[in-house]
Design a protein around this ligand. Sequence first.
Ligand SMILES: *Cc1c(COP(=O)(O)O)cnc(C)c1O
Length: 426
Amino acid sequence: MAVQTVASSTDFSLGSAAALSCRECGERFPLGPVFACEACFGPLEIAYDLPEGDPEELRARIAAGPDNIWRYAPLLPVPADVADKPNMNPGFTKLVRADNLARELGVTGGLYVKDDSGNPTHSFKDRVVAIAVEAARAFGFTTLSCSSTGNLAGAVGAAAARAGLRSCVFIPHDLEQGKVVMAAVYGGDLVGIEGTYDDVNRFCSELIGDPIGEGWGFVNVNLRPYYAEGSKTLAYEICEQLGWRLPDQLVVPIASGSQLTKIDKGLRELIALGLVEDRPYRIFGAQAEGCSPVSRAFKDGHDVVRPVKPDTIAKSLAIGNPADGPYVLDIARRTGGAVEDVNDAQIVDAIKLLARTEGIFAETAGGVTVGVTRKLIEAGVLDPSLTTVVLNTGDGLKTLDAVAPTTGPSAIIRPTLDSFREAGLA
Ligand SMILES: *Cc1c(COP(=O)(O)O)cnc(C)c1O
């Protein structure tokens, strides 16, 4: 399924990226704006000529790099001068040691929250978009686009503004106000579509095949192999921030499943490069009950994921037909992890639990990972004696509606001491 190639394959270089390779049949193709295998229609991913040599030297080179994802540029499909170009410079977000939450959940082996709400547009999506922008530049695309559950639209809008590209992004029309405003404020075009994310995605695939879409780089469709690699930086950062150590357990949210699969890819690369010790880690996937096709398939022992129609407050994760679902199942099973889900009430409880224990206000996706972590500990599936990293991928300010009905002032009083005393808070 080739799309219009704007640049010829000779006038760009994407760092150590060597080729596109099919995740199903392994067939290799030259780098370009293609995303499906010509032989078997399987999804493509980036194959690398990774740097060789002394791990100590590579660690030092990374440590000397900028405090953002470009410190890992040698492991990403980006040109050598990437850090000099106008871009959002996401990443190197905080890895918060969550001792209060650990006490509450009974975790003794060390609990951490990787807090990606600290990215420029307040979600993990800045990481993936930054890589896609480099591919768009290399291939000569002039319009940046995407199908989005909310956060991606904002990340694309901002990155396009900084890069001086046009943007036109597509979302389900009924998203949270925080997501809509964040997507619109950067001045690009934002189109609400009457339908679910899966309808939006199907529409975008049609647009790519149409002359209207000529010159358009859809970060998560025709640039998906590049976009997806941005999620590896979460794995790199977590290990570097742990002192070049693998965590024993990671709890990762699932929308399309791309992030989870690339975190695994990133960890395997670090092992292959000798940057971390080769020992087992377990990856756990987290979904909302109202959109839990991967969790369902995991529990039923299936290899395929049956699509669902989403109905959950965790709208950023509401993909009913997740493209990477089968790969997520493979990884959860291969690493000895699991996939679990929590309902909307449990998501809200978990958002509040994280806020009151660690001072981190997560969006609903963070409520999903923290809620699933609690559920898996209670079920004896997650081992509380092991080092565990839970991802918070977005900012609670974008999903205020989720907690607003149950969160407010402790009292409203007249500005007098008597009135305060009467409120019973003194
Ligand atoms: C997009 C998104 C994810 C994960 O998306 P994948 O499609 O699984 O890569 C997780 N959390 C938030 C907040 C997101 O916006």
